[in-house]
Design a protein around this ligand. Sequence first.
Ligand code: DC
Length: 227
Amino acid sequence: MTASTAPLGVLAIDGPAGAGKSTVSQRVAAALGVTMLDTGAMYRAITLACLRARVAPADAAACAEIAARVTIDLEAGRTRLDGDDVSEEIRGREVTMAVSEVSAHPGVRRRLVEHQRRWASHRDGCVVEGRDIGTVVFPDARLKVFLVASARERAERRFREETEAGRAVDLDDLIADIDRRDRLDSTRAVSPLIAADDAVVVDTTRRTIDAVVAEIVDLYRSAGGAP
Ligand code: DC
């Protein structure tokens, strides 16, 4: 059998908060032996930089200026902002509350989209996880998956994650936060959260992670993205 020399291509995984994107993307990348980019972590890091600089999340020009100035590194599952490991801090409430507003600014998005394309251009096969990966960042992705799950199940999953990480949270607050972020993310003018026309919609409600991962790996292989 001759080994394929065609580039494996990008596997784009988009979807709303709590649909299982992070876990599924990590597991799919591990199964395929490729690296993964968590673009949400990049938007969170920029948001943290804005908060640290005391810039209002609504201030488009100032947020874009910060996005142009800071360095974000995502290596080995850690997120670094100007060299400082902020992996835990970017998951905190302050950043979570402000990230939808900061990520809606076109200047912020332009910077990060450039960064994401540069990152993928060095790789033969990768999983890129986010909200606009299949629609805007990589419209020619080898495979586009749009993960969905019911709002209640998404809130319950977040609740478990937060509790396991030792952060105290309230389930009703999480449901309200998921609704608020869905609304902001899907109605913003630039790169709203919508499935690409050619995306495969995968509903993860009441399905095991293993089953979802296996389905996506098969889809990627069928698309010629892996041997
Ligand atoms: O996946 P997450 O919850 O860590 O994402 C944090 C925020 O970043 C989310 O509210 C929307 C935004 N985001 C985005 O606008 N575009 C992306 N490609 C990824 C995330």
